[in-house]
Design a binder for this molecule. Structure first.
Ligand SMILES: [Zn+2]
Length: 393
């Protein structure tokens, strides 16, 4: 049993106990406020049962419902909201029809029973909050808050009972307050269900978290579009990304990684669909390591004293920038290859021309990972090496 199922189960059990206690008190005291409260607890049993049933059945997609039956949960919640409103109306009607006892009977017993209900609700609220924080489940924390307001409505009843003991006829007012609590819960359940049924967007927090995860990946150039919705307790995410990749296979890998990260980070993510396209570049940056004379191609990469960096417009092949940069890492003791690779990546490197293969070296790995094309040349003259590569682009 997963944690959410266990808590839903315990919630049903707690509320059944509360319904039994409160119903007994209604029969003994005739208090309308307690009756309203008992109805409230009954609707809580129903909504917890929906959650449990929802977890059980909604996960199974079938041929007729290929997206699963997640929304059954929301549909039944809508029905529950309706039932709550009907129950609330009944109570209000009784208050104003004046068919009620002015003072409840068996007040000490009713007060005692209500105190027990308060303790039970308080304990369960504490438990749900603790579990919610432990598992990081926002739905459990929301549950705990709900149970907390349930406790408050019982406290209102206790106060009215104590008032009644001194002859103040507070019961009908307490009943109205409890109905207000019920009404608030009903509105919340209703809006929530309708939002999900109409495919409203995911909450801002989750959307921002997804955006953070996606943009943290250096291979993502841009998020074209991000859409996400709920169905039942599950989240469905759609992303349209531009990736810094050339091959489709690599793009697929990046998309898979992002998918996994989203699924691990957010709760109840059922499906992540990522559409991606490789980045279309308006300019291509080429670079070649130079020797001391600044004209011949260096045999080294990390130790090369200079780098020629040339930027060419993709559309017509016109060179828009051509400069010789000093390699400030050439005298470094350790990992200069990787340092130079990262420096060139920051310069926007797309194509590197070298005389010796970088395969198996740290620099080769760093550049390959960023999808830089590494071309081996036999030319010694940098101008000729660049010209032959540019003719191929
Ligand atoms: Zn409740």
């Amino acid at each position: 049993m997963e944690a959410s199922e266990k808590t839903a189960f315990l919630s049903i059990l707690t509320n059944v106990v509360l319904v039994v206690i409160k119903s007994t008190l209604v029969i003994l005291s005739g208090s309308l406020a307690i009756k309203a409260d008992a109805i409230h607890s009954l609707t809580d049993v129903v909504s917890s049962a929906i959650v449990l049933i929802g977890i059980k059945i909604s996960k199974r997609p079938s041929r007729s419902f290929p997206y699963g039956l997640y929304k059954i949960e929301n549909l039944v919640a809508l029905g529950t909201a309706f039932l709550i409103v009907v129950a609330g109306y009944e109570i209000v009607e009784e208050v104003f029809a004046g068919r009620i006892r002015i003072l409840p009977s068996h007040i000490p017993l009713a007060a005692g029973g209500t105190s027990i209900a308060i303790v039970v609700t308080w304990l369960f609220s504490r438990y749900a909050l603790k579990k919610g924080h432990e598992t990081g489940s926002p739905s459990l924390v929301a549950d705990a808050r709900h149970v907390w307001t349930d406790m408050l409505s019982s406290v209102v009843i206790l106060i009215s009972l104590l008032g009644s003991a001194f002859g103040f006829a507070l019961d009908r007012y307490a009943a109205l307050i409890v109905v207000a609590f019920i009404g608030k819960a009903a509105i919340h359940i209703f809006l929530d269900a309708v939002r999900v049924l109409l495919d409203a967007s995911l909450d801002y927090e989750s959307l921002n978290r997804i955006r953070e995860i996606v943009t943290a990946d250096s291979r993502v150039v841009k998020i074209n579009e991000m859409r996400a919705r709920n169905a039942g307790r599950y989240k469905f995410v759609e992303l349209d990304l531009i990736l810094r990749v050339k091959e489709l296979k690599k793009g697929h890998m990046v998309a898979e990684e992002i998918k996994q990260r989203i699924k691990c980070d957010l709760e109840n993510v059922d499906h992540v669909v990522i559409h991606y396209e490789p980045q279309k570049k308006d300019y291509i940056t080429l670079s070649v390591p130079l020797s001391e004379d600044r004209r011949t191609v260096s045999e080294h990469f990390g130790e090369a004293p200079f780098f020629r960096v040339l930027i060419q417009r993709t559309r017509d092949g016109v060179v828009t920038a051509d400069s010789i940069l000093t390699n400030s890492y050439s005298q470094e003791e350790k990992a200069k290859g990787i340092k130079v690779a990262n420096w060139l990546l920051k310069e926007g490197l797309d194509v590197l021309i070298v005389r010796k293969d970088l395969t198996g070296k740290g620099a080769g790995f760093a550049l390959g990972n960023a999808d830089v094309e590494i071309l081996i040349t036999r030319e010694i003259d940098a101008d000729k090496a660049l010209a032959s590569v540019r003719a191929e682009l």
